[in-house]
Ligand binder design. Structure first.
Ligand code: ADP
Ligand code: MG
Length: 699
């Protein structure tokens, strides 16, 4: 929004607001200025432009407007289930209007035989449609005159109680627009608007609040979404560009260590995807610019060996490497795998976590400072002040989304002269749109191929009532030598109820399999106890591992071929997928069994169905994004980049792709935005830099 003084005016000064309402708007919606208010866009619109027929209703429909007569009213049920049902008939069919509250009032007011205009959300039960708590108006000729799209604004309970509801906000917008109309300035160059057939800013703002018709609304939305995503992308790409100029990276072009490894120690042939990704990384590491690359690869796609190969490139050039993992278990797992490879290559490697003993720490610190220690694996303990490298050449961060961006940059600063190359690895496939925004300043490599010979995991959905059948399957698998995971939800480790649930489950498994050795692991256990149990399972001493999601990341037991997830409806999609990734690591056919209650919400059902249908992490991530929205995806909450005003990363991927392409093209031609055609863009960027809090959180 243009900052021409006018839009900076405190919202208090708008007619109809005043100090008290202003305080509420500040607190509840973070609306401080005229500019904030005008950018509080409606989140949906009620369509009063057409009448639907009852016959044509389906349960995918949002709010609909109907016209008809009430044929009958009746009270149903008793106590708090008591409700008033009125039957609306429009000649094509009948729909039930239902009230649970204010029954008395409706009963007196709503009359039979009169034409009503009804507005509400149809719901389907069996083959009947009903509309709970509809809006009802006596039909008048004005209802036929074109109608309108009514904006709906998000508000809070407090605002509603103080009569600042959606309609009141709409009134304020109307008042503001009468003054603001002529003060809305364009932020995108004319040529760009014409090229992309985007409407101008003023038209967009007016129609986003008061759309003339569907077409005008779509035009307004497209324009504002593009603008929002365009400026985000422009700034991300600019950041990347600046980094390229400014941050030199050490040049690594000695591949002898790498070649030795390939010739003598490579445990299996690399997949084409692994080879491609290594090439991309190597190209970065020898470029002279600091690498900032995101490596995405589904669980089991073989990121670890890629990480090791990249380490060899840095070590071959005389530098050291660090790998930071989000949990102690995962760090240990990495250490175990990488030690085998490093030992074979006679490369010194060490582990540093919160529970590393004092004496061991000292020797690790010394090894790092002298340069003798080449690889350090660890948790965020790596970030501590006393961890000083002789020459850190490559920093690898696993499961980045759990660290947040601030920690990413903390690792870089471990080197004084040049910045270490940074490789961020994530096993949570991130939908493209999200990656472009969340990691838009990074280059991206994708391992999109699993090692050959892996059998896809078979996933089935079973209701709790089929437990005996599932138990029989477990027994049969154990008899043929396999091991089993049984995972319970423990969303919040402090939740007593969840823990009880887990313990109850454990006991009933003990009863069902008295002859089988079990392990149990949960977040309330001491690290040593956890480790001990984990090790027993890993060695095959125990056959069933009962656990919470602590085993979600990193555990690698190839002989475990069955993953049973209890209360699967309580897990998010990406979490389910992560858990499933714990099996399917060996040569045997693996299974994932999702246990649920018979009652499932529509979203839970969709999640379970998606899991059963596909093993593809990217497809799952896309569905997750669509179901939950980006704000709820793992770890994205803390990143202010996703507080978008209007664009939706789950739905607007086309606009986003276009915004990024255009931003890239503009920066290619004019990296400093000095050309006259880009003047408007530069001014807008400057204005945003002054105000945007979010921006500082990205870098
Ligand atoms: P993730 O990407 O989940 O970290 P890992 O690196 O742990 O995957 O690899 C999963 C398993 O696959 C490991 O046991 C690893 O040794 C094996 N693996 C990795 N790459 C290959 C390959 N190219 N061929 C065969 N097995 C491989
Ligand atoms: Mg891994």
């Amino acid at each position: 929004m243009s900052k021409h003084g006018f839009f900076d005016s405190p919202v208090e000064y708008l007619k109809g607001v005043g100090p008290q309402r202003a305080a509420l708007l500040n607190k509840e919606l973070q609306i401080f200025t005229f500019g904030d208010l005008i950018q509080h866009y409606p989140f949906r619109y009620e369509d009063r432009t057409t009448f639907y027929t009852i016959q044509a209703l389906n349960d995918e429909m949002p709010y609909v407007q109907l016209k008809g007569k009430i044929s009958r009213k009746t009270l149903v049920g008793a106590g708090h289930k008591k409700r008033l049902v009125a039957f609306l008939d429009d000649g094509t069919g009948t729909v039930e209007l239902v009230w649970f509250k204010g029954i008395k009032w409706v009963q007196d007011k709503v009359l039979e035989g009169i034409d009503y205009v009804v507005f509400g959300k149809p719901q389907r039960y069996a083959n009947k449609f009903s509309i709970p708590h509809p809006e009802l108006e006596v039909y008048a000729p004005k209802h036929d005159q074109g109608g309108y799209l009514q904006p709906v604004y998000s508000i809070t309970e407090k605002l509603r109680n103080r009569y600042l509801d959606s309609k009141a906000i709409s009134k304020l917008q109307q008042e503001l627009l009468t003054h603001a109309r002529d003060k809305i300035h364009e932020t995108l160059p004319d040529a760009l608007l014409r090229q992309l057939k985007l409407t101008d800013k003023r038209d967009a703002i007016i129609n986003i609040h008061f759309p003339k018709d569907h077409e005008a609304l779509t035009r307004a939305q497209n324009r504002l979404k593009f603008e929002e995503l365009f400026f985000i992308q422009l700034r991300l790409l600019k950041l990347k560009l600046v980094r390229k100029y400014k941050f030199r990276g050490k040049i690594f072009n000695d591949a002898s260590l790498l070649t030795e490894f390939y010739n003598t120690q490579l445990p299996f042939p690399l997949t084409n995807a692994q080879k491609r990704v290594i090439k991309e990384i190597y190209a970065d590491m020898r470029s002279g610019q600091q690498m900032n690359r995101l490596l995405q690869g589904d669980v089991g796609s073989g990121k670890t060996i890629v990480a090791f190969v990249c380490m060899l490139i840095a070590i071959g050039g005389g530098s050291q490497c660090a790998l930071m993992a989000p949990t102690e278990i995962l760090a240990q797992q990495h250490f175990k795998t990488l030690s085998e490879l490093a030992d074979a290559m006679r490369i010194p490697i060490a582990l540093l976590t919160g529970s590393t003993k004092r004496s061991d720490r000292t020797s690790v610190h010394e090894g790092l400072r002298s340069g003798a220690l080449k690889i350090l694996i660890g948790t965020h303990a790596l970030l501590e002040e006393e961890v000083q490298f002789h020459d850190l050449g490559l920093a690898i961060i696993d499961e980045q989304h759990r660290f947040g961006v601030a920690q990413r940059s903390k690792l870089w600063s471990k080197n004084k002269t040049t910045y270490p190359h940074v490789l961020v690895m994530t096993a949570t496939p991130i939908p493209r749109t999200l990656a472009m925004t969340l990691y838009g300043d990074l280059d991206v490599s994708v391992i999109d191929e699993l090692p050959a010979g892996r059998k896809p995991i078979k996933t089935v959905h079973k209701y709790d009532s089929h437990r005996l059948e599932v138990n029989a399957f477990i027994r049969q698998q154990i008899e043929s030598g396999r091991q089993i995971y049984i995972v319970y939800p423990l969303i919040d480790e402090s939740e007593k109820l969840d823990l009880k649930h887990l313990m109850d489950g454990y006991e009933s498994i003990c009863r069902a399999f008295p002859e089988v050795a079990l392990s149990i692991v949960h977040g309330k256990m001491k690290p040593e106890a956890k480790e001990y149990e984990m090790a027993r399972f890993s060695k095959g001493d125990t056959k069933i591992m009962v656990a919470t999601t602590v085993i979600e990341v990193g555990v690698n037991v190839p002989n475990a071929s069955v993953m049973i997830i209890e209360n699967a409806e309580r897990f998010g999609l990406s979490q389910l997928h992560q858990l499933r990734g714990r099996v399917g690591r060996g040569a045997e056919q693996s299974y994932c069994i999702l246990m649920t209650d018979i009652k499932l919400s529509a979203d839970s059902r969709k999640r379970i169905q998606t899991m059963v249908r596909t093993n593809n992490g990217f497809e799952i991530a896309e569905t997750d994004l669509q179901l939950r929205g980006p704000g709820d995806l793992m770890g994205t909450q803390q990143s202010g980049v996703l507080d978008l005003l209007i664009a939706d990363l789950g739905k607007d991927s086309q606009v986003l792709t276009m915004a990024r392409e255009i931003a890239k093209r503009i920066l290619d031609e004019d990296p400093d935005l000095q050309l006259p055609v880009n003047r408007m863009i530069r001014e807008q960027i400057d204005r945003m830099s002054k105000t945007a809090v979010n921006w500082s959180r990205i870098s």
